[in-house]
Design a protein around this ligand. Structure first.
Ligand SMILES: Nc1ncnc2c1ncn2[C@@H]1O[C@H](COP(=O)(O)OP(=O)(O)OP(=O)(O)O)[C@@H](O)[C@H]1O
Ligand SMILES: [Mg+2]
Length: 401
């Protein structure tokens, strides 16, 4: 798929932007703090309805506009998906509350003019974003990896985003009940209702994650071998917090390097195992006041030649691992949905050596549409620049050349 037109109103520094988007590579060039990253952020927002930067959507609304009693940030994308054209619009509507000054923010999503929920519309327009600090996915807490997985899977797998939303709601409710039971006592049997919902939704998430991680690994390993001149074998190791595979009695956690195949399990098998385990944990979890197993606690590790990259990888190894993962994500989405996601790369080239840079640009050649930002056009090969459209970004205004 590819964007044909983008229109932004009051989105960050862009008070007004209305541009036809070129079909292939688009290079956004500009000094620091001019709006390059914000533009990629806007495009990614249209794919996931969440920002990779902002902790709250309120930050996306232009500062000046937000001083008004009613401020609306508007993002509109026209895009081509297979043979059909679509229009996706997001409105972030901020109403000021006169007393506290803190406004309420409402989000409206319209796909081809029809109101949709975020869960429903996620991934109709799809994008892969790649920022230098995303090495966090490999190096930081498991939460980063779950977030990464959820954003990728929500875009490519219908039903994933809504199962996730239902699951998360059920976790909050169940945790509240666990605390209540701990404080006031009562029948642990009350938890059964939430156990069922958790297992229903959790089994769907687990099953999708099992398959998606296997498929992502297949793509990523191939790319990684090429990027490292066949020197490194990349593995993605899924460690579900509720492991649906029966564990032999008394066995400790499996070594990281063990290859475990959970792909033969059906959603129903996973669901049944999950309910049983939740039920067995009632008393323990009441004491702790939280739900201790399930997809909200899953882990994913990245191994290179059997070494855990998150713990032991060199800076360069982690960067290459991330590059493999991001390119794999795009190929996987294309494989699953039949559509290329739009590739968004923020200041990536500066981080890579010549060899990786050339490889990355070659891979991008296969994608349908790529948007890249840079402060320095010299990082790109002459050939790549020749085949790209160059826009200068200056204080929230675009200059085409
Ligand atoms: N809600 C907002 N309203 C108005 N301006 C904003 C808002 N949020 C951020 N900005 C401003 O937008 C500017 C552009 O930020 P952005 O991160 O897109 O720049 P950039 O071109 O990617 O810079 P760099 O090269 O340093 O990464 C910043 O100066 C920032 O202060
Ligand atoms: Mg930037």
């Amino acid at each position: 798929m590819h964007l044909t037109h983008l229109s932004l109103t009051n989105f960050r520094a862009f008070t007004r932007l209305d541009m036809d988007i070129p079909r292939r590579n688009l290079l956004l060039v500009g000094d620091n703090a001019q709006g390059k990253t914000s533009l990629l952020e806007a495009v990614y927002y249209l794919a996931t309805f969440t920002s990779f930067h902002a902790t709250h959507d309120r930050q996306l609304v232009n500062f000046l506009a937000a001083r008004e009693p009613l401020a609306v940030a508007r993002l509109v994308a026209d895009y081509q998906r297979g043979p059909t054209r679509h229009r996706l619009e997001v409105r972030l509507i901020q109403e000021q509350n006169g007393i506290s000054g803190q406004g309420r923010l409402r989000k409206e999503i319209l796909l081809d003019g029809v109101k949709r929920t975020a869960q429903d519309a996620t991934g109709h327009f799809a994008a892969v974003i790649f920022l230098p600090h995303m090495t966090r996915i490999i190096e930081d807490s498991p939460e980063e990896r779950r977030r990464y997985l959820n954003l990728a899977l929500s875009q490519a797998i219908p039903g994933y985003a809504s199962a996730l939303q239902d699951y998360n709601q059920a976790i909050s409710q169940r945790n509240a009940l666990l605390k209540l039971l701990a404080e006031r006592g009562g029948d642990p049997g009350q938890l059964t209702f939430w156990d069922e919902i958790l297992a229903d939704k959790g089994a769907i998430l687990l099953r999708h994650r099992i398959f998606a991680i296997q498929e992502l690994e297949r793509f990523a390993a191939r790319i990684h071998a090429r990027l490292t001149n066949q020197q490194e074998v990349l593995q993605l190791v899924y460690q579900p917090a509720f492991d649906p595979l029966p564990q032999p009695e008394g066995q400790f956690a499996l070594p990281l390097q063990t290859v475990v195949d959970r792909s033969g399990l059906s959603v129903e098998q996973i669901r049944r195992g999950f309910v049983e385990r939740l039920s067995a944990l009632h008393n323990d979890e009441i004491q702790r006041g939280v739900t201790t197993i399930g997809p909200h606690r899953d882990e994913l590790r990245f191994l290179s030649n059997q070494i855990d990259l998150g713990d032991f990888g060199s800076r360069g190894q982690v960067r290459t691992g991330l590059l493999s993962l991001k390119l794999a994500e795009a190929l996987w989405m294309k494989d699953r949905t039949g559509q290329w996601p739009v590739m968004l790369l923020d200041e990536i080239l500066a981080e890579l050596d010549d060899h990786r840079r050339t490889d990355l640009l070659a891979y991008l050649g296969e994608c349908e549409q790529t948007m890249l930002t840079t402060t320095d056009l010299n990082l790109f090969s002459h050939d790549f620049v020749e085949h790209s459209t160059i826009w200068r970004v200056e204080q929230g205004v675009i200059e085409t050349s």
